[in-house]
Design a protein around this ligand. Structure first.
Ligand SMILES: NC(=O)c1ccc[n+]([C@@H]2O[C@H](COP(=O)([O-])OP(=O)(O)OC[C@H]3O[C@@H](n4cnc5c(N)ncnc54)[C@H](O)[C@@H]3O)[C@@H](O)[C@H]2O)c1
Length: 315
């Protein structure tokens, strides 16, 4: 609605192509919407030479990429991300998917777009809460990368959308280089899941609860504190670095404590995470900022301790 006129202004020929609008929000990232896209492609007579253009946030690139990868056993697609999360993360790297029973990204494909067109101009209409949500993935990339990028995000607090925009290119580059080294997440790419094991479980719980849905970046922000604490307990991630990570996240986000009954649900969901092996979660953690590791097995006692320390940090 906001971005299509901007796109048509740049590419007038696009005003003549068929289009399908999808109801906004994470709840649309499901099998019903996927089916809607398949049916629409079929109704429009899209053949194997069709190209699907995904204009929107991470929900659109995830569903659109999955639809493109499965329709006629794979047609080409292009991502034009319009949210901050889309521009720094979701549209890049070929991970596509949908949620199943509110479980995040349970069905999906690795299927690369033909191209990703990133233009910060689209962000001018993105609501502030969604921009802020994107900061979580920027912080994650900086923590994985360490060095100058990490120092910059710690010292120069992002206060306006101009500054958010200045982080798009470096963050997109970090993702591209990690993905290029391991496109199918057999190893190194797993580091990008830092904050996401707890984060996805929190996101699922909030979708099921329905009262106050967490945005993806808000859930990942809380997940990074939880997994930062795990890193500290299990891998000796230094106290001072944990403090910096936590205070940086708390500068942008106000995560709620995990109440005792929710803690049980959270632990149950974590064992269903895609990154678990036979019910034992494999976490992506930090030995230091700039030194991520993956497939770290954490026992239930460590997870409970992390939740308890998290609660004391965010209260
Ligand atoms: N595939 C991946 O590698 C990957 C990586 C990170 C996140 N994700 C997924 O991405 C999703 C989160 O992405 P998101 O934060 O973009 O959510 P989203 O797609 O739901 O977009 C957020 C909201 O902003 C609106 N919006 C988007 N661009 C806008 C604009 N320019 N102006 C006004 N409104 C705009 C959308 O309609 C929506 O209401 C989650 O489902 C997450 O799992 C995927």
């Amino acid at each position: 609605m906001f971005c299509l006129p901007l796109l048509e202004k740049k590419f007038p020929a696009l005003s003549r192509v068929p289009r399908l609008a999808i109801k906004p929000g994470e709840a649309s990232k499901d099998i019903h919407t996927l089916n809607l896209v398949w049916e629409w492609l079929a109704a429009k007579g899209a053949g194997r030479d069709a190209v699907l253009i995904n204009l929107g946030g991470g929900v659109i690139s995830d569903i659109g990429g999955f639809a493109a990868g499965t329709y006629h056993r794979g047609i080409r697609y292009i991502n034009i991300p319009t949210s901050l999360i889309g521009q720094v993360d979701a549209a890049i790297g070929g991970k596509t998917g949908i949620n199943v029973d509110s479980l995040k990204n349970q069905a999906g494909l690795f299927y690369d777009p033909e191209g990703v067109i990133i233009d910060p101009v689209f962000l001018s209409t993105l609501p502030e809460r969604h921009l802020r949500s994107g900061v979580a993935e920027i912080i994650k990339s900086a923590a994985l990368s360490g060095g100058e990028i990490w120092e910059r995000i710690c010292f120069v607090k992002i206060t306006d959308d101009q500054q958010w925009k200045s982080h798009i290119l470096p963050t997109a580059h970090i993702k591209c280089s990690i993905v290029a080294a391991d496109p199918f997440e057999k190893g190194q790419r797993k580091v990008l899941n830092f904050g996401h094991t707890f984060g996805h479980a929190l996101e699922t719980l909030s979708m099921r609860d329905g009262s106050k849905t967490l945005l993806h970046g808000e859930a990942v922000a809380a997940g990074m504190i939880l997994e930062g604490v795990l890193s500290n307990r299990i891998l000796n991630f230094p106290d001072q670095q944990l403090d910096r990570l936590t205070s940086l996240i708390l500068h942008y986000f106000q995560p709620a404590p995990v109440l005792p009954d929710k803690a049980e649900d959270l632990l149950g969901l974590i064992t269903k995470d895609k990154k678990s092996f036979g019910g034992i979660p494999g976490f992506s953690l930090l030995e230091e900022t700039g030194k991520p590791v993956y497939d770290i097995v954490c026992g239930e006692a460590a997870l409970r301790e992390a939740i308890s320390i998290f609660n004391s940090l965010v209260k």
